[in-house]
Ligand binder design. Structure first.
Ligand code: NAD
Ligand code: MG
Length: 394
């Protein structure tokens, strides 16, 4: 690997993007920002371009790109727009590392492009694996890419797994994966209280500062459901070998249990700069600006079983994983529409699982054949979800 590595950050204006820039800024001797991308936030991206001077800045939205161009007049940064440009800066020959931190299904194609181009991929965008796990893992293998999970749980599992990727968990003496969950802000809420949850309440996560979509997913436990599917693809783990453990302190980020009775955990303060630094530096360790874990202050670690009656999204995700084929892509698309509708105040909190279940039962599940097919399924599932919303709104 070259001394100075070129990094593309897809989703630079988001929570993960900004945390990545924070870690990179601490190691300017090792990393150079090559491209920064965003959806539509011109002012934020312009500010980041002035600070980090990337070769390219990409806005998905064309008008936003024009505005960015005006703001960056005379600078060395070249402004591009559109989905193809996102793929280009993910696969560019001069890029070594791609941080995939776009939220939702929109992150799929650039992540696939980075995989085929053989990059070191720091994968935060879990929706890519949920939608297209088999095809993405195939692209990683064919492209000779290095895949490093950034989701804190999967990064933790990666750290305590046997070093070589296993064809089956048994080959490494692994008995199960224990995927920890904070339980979100409504861990103790009654069924009646859950019915009345507002977006403002759901956006208030107890342990982590994250973008709005994943924060709502954490409140419904869909985030943990998506992570079960993510773990399945990353670690070749069947559904029955992934156990979700509610751990409200978010100090243990996940565990792996071995056949000899050993349970290995990765611990730390809930700060995404730890997994980001791990992904950037791997196999080296980098200083990440994360404060020392004060175990005396933490005091105790609690564990509970998740409640899939109050939080049906977790059950729906397990079911979709067991069904396989296009089911997880449908689940993901319906969830994205549901979360958006909830945030806009159009549906209630407990309508989120109802909407998803309705879309999943109304569509037929097929084996996965191509990215184009998955994008069609995604579009169709979104249309079904919108229909449900309109029917329910009447
Ligand atoms: P965010 O909402 O803060 O940021 C999302 C980024 O994606 C922004 O830069 C935005 O401009 C860009 N974006 C949004 N829609 C886009 C589109 N259609 N096309 C191109 N770009 C688009 O989200 P986040 O919290 O940073 O999360 C990003 C991803 O990382 C998500 O998949 C999330 O599940 C995952 N993740 C986040 C955390 C966390 O702590 N925030 C932890 C684990 C995993
Ligand atoms: Mg996570």
């Amino acid at each position: 690997m070259p001394m100075l590595q070129n990094v593309t950050i897809l989703g630079a204006t988001g929570t993960i993007g900004l945390n990545t820039l924070d870690v990179i800024a601490r190691h300017s001797d090792r990393y150079r920002v090559f491209a920064l991308t965003a959806n539509s936030r011109v002012d934020e991206l312009a500010q980041l371009c002035r600070q980090y001077r990337p070769r390219y800045a990409v806005m998905l939205d064309e008008h936003a790109a024009e505005k960015l161009q005006q703001k960056l007049q005379g600078s060395e940064t070249q402004v591009l727009s559109g989905l193809e440009a996102l793929e280009e800066v993910a696969a560019h020959a001069e890029v070594d590392v791609v941080m995939a931190a776009i939220v939702g299904a929109a992150g799929l194609k650039p992540a696939i492009a980075a995989a085929y181009a053989g990059k070191r991929i720091l994968l935060a965008n879990k929706e890519t694996l949920v939608m297209a796990g088999s095809l993405f893992m195939q692209a990683v293998a064919e492209g000779g890419a290095t895949l490093l999970p950034i989701d804190s749980e999967h990064n933790a599992i990666f750290q305590v797994m046997p070093p070589a990727r296993l064809a089956a968990l048994e080959d490494g003496g692994v008995k199960r994966i224990l995927l920890t969950a904070s339980g979100g802000p409504f861990r103790k809420a009654s069924a009646a209280e859950l019915m009345a949850v507002t977006p403002a309440q759901a956006l208030n996560h107890p342990n982590w500062v994250m973008g709005p979509k994943i924060t709502i997913d954490s409140a419904t436990l869909m985030n943990k459901g998506l992570e079960v599917i993510e773990a399945h693809w990353l670690f070749n783990a069947p559904a029955e070998k992934i156990e979700v453990v509610v751990h409200p302190q978010s100090v243990i980020h996940s565990m792996v249990e071995y056949i000899d009775g050993s349970v290995l955990a990765q611990m730390g303060n809930p700060d995404m700069r730890t997994p980001i630094a791990y992904g950037l530096g791997y196999p080296d360790r980098l200083e990440a600006g994360v404060s020392t874990l004060d175990l005396f202050k933490v005091g105790r670690l609690d564990f509970e079983t998740p409640d899939t009656v109050r939080f049906p999204c977790l059950r729906l995700a397990f079911d979709a994983l067991r069904q396989g084929g296009t089911a997880p892509a449908i689940l993901n698309a319906a969830n994205e529409v549901a979360v958006d509708a909830f945030l806009k105040g159009n549906i209630g909190f407990q309508d989120i699982p109802r909407l998803i279940e309705s879309v999943l039962t109304s569509m037929s599940i097929a084996p996965v054949t191509s990215i184009a097919q998955l994008i069609e399924v995604d579009t169709l599932a979104r249309a079904h979800a919108m229909e449900w919303r309109q029917l329910e709104a009447c």
